[in-house]
Structures are given as C-alpha cells and as structure tokens.
Design a protein around this ligand. Structure first.
Ligand SMILES: [Zn+2]
Length: 153
C-alpha cells in the first residue's frame, strides 16, 4: 500500500476540512483558493483599475482589468513539522486567528495538502509516475505543533 495514497484517502474520507481548496481555470492557472478550514474564498480574480486616461474632449476613461490577488481576509497558519521546518498554509484571517487543532486534524491537514499537490501536478500534465516521485519526499511529513497565525514581518 502506497503510504501517500493512504494518507490522502484517510484525509478526504474524514472530510472535516475542504479537500479541494484550489480551483483551476481551463488554462491551468489558479481561479481561486478557499480557506481549507471553513471554505470562504481568500484568493481570486478581482477588478483592478489599470489605467486612467483623459481624452481630448476631457472625458475620463478608466480601464478595468482583472487580476488574481489575495483578498483582505487572506492569512496563513503556521505549523512546525517533524523535520523542524515550518508549514504555512493559507487560510482566512478568522480561522488563522481562532482555529484549534487536534492530532487527527493535523493528520487530515497534511493529507489534504498532499492531495492538493497531487491534483496540481496532475493538472499540470505530469504522469502518474512523475507525480509519485515528486510527492515522495513529503510522504513522512507530519505536523507536530500548531504555532498560531503567521505574523507578517
Ligand atoms: Zn476560514
């Protein structure tokens, strides 16, 4: 049994968190990202004022275009992993500030992280073998401690 597969399956079956928290467009760019804890949108395409021109007749023309951006509620959680490194997944500000996690929650969070990677790599057109190889280094990664909300430096 593939250990990564087992972790992903267990996490998606438990289903407390949002397993498909990244949505892609047909051109494979990211359409939006949801908070993986509560499902609100935290990153997506929004109108930005690209250019303001004043024409000869004095009329103002404002060009609006869309671009992907972090929304105001975008924040990051911070966890310590068993290899001593930090894991900082995005979440909404409210969850990042208030969420509490059990050990089962830790395992599910890692499982859906592996799942998100798997989907992202598959959508990028990687072969199954290639995806397995790229996920392999994450196989034994575990969250050991919730450090809180990532503070901007
Ligand atoms: Zn949230």
């Amino acid at each position: 049994m593939n250990h990564i597969r087992e972790r992903i399956d267990n996490a998606t079956e438990r289903g407390k968190f949002v397993k498909e928290h990244i949505a892609f467009r047909d051109d494979k760019t990211i359409d939006h990202i949801l908070c993986r804890l509560c499902g609100v949108i935290i990153y997506g395409w929004a109108d930005v004022e690209a250019k303001t021109e004043t024409k000869l007749d004095g009329q103002k023309v404002v060009t609006i275009r869309q671009q992907p951006m972090k929304f105001d509620n975008y924040a990051q959680l911070q966890f310590e992993l068993n290899d001593g490194s930090l894991y900082e997944p995005p979440a909404c500000a409210s969850c990042a500030e208030n969420a509490k996690f059990s050990e089962d929650d830790f395992e599910e969070l890692m499982g859906i992280e592996l799942y998100a990677w798997e989907l992202t790599l598959q959508r990028a057109g990687r072969s199954d073998e290639h995806v397995k190889g790229l996920l392999k280094p994450m196989e034994d990664r575990e969250i050991v401690k919730h450090l809180g909300m990532k503070q901007e430096r």
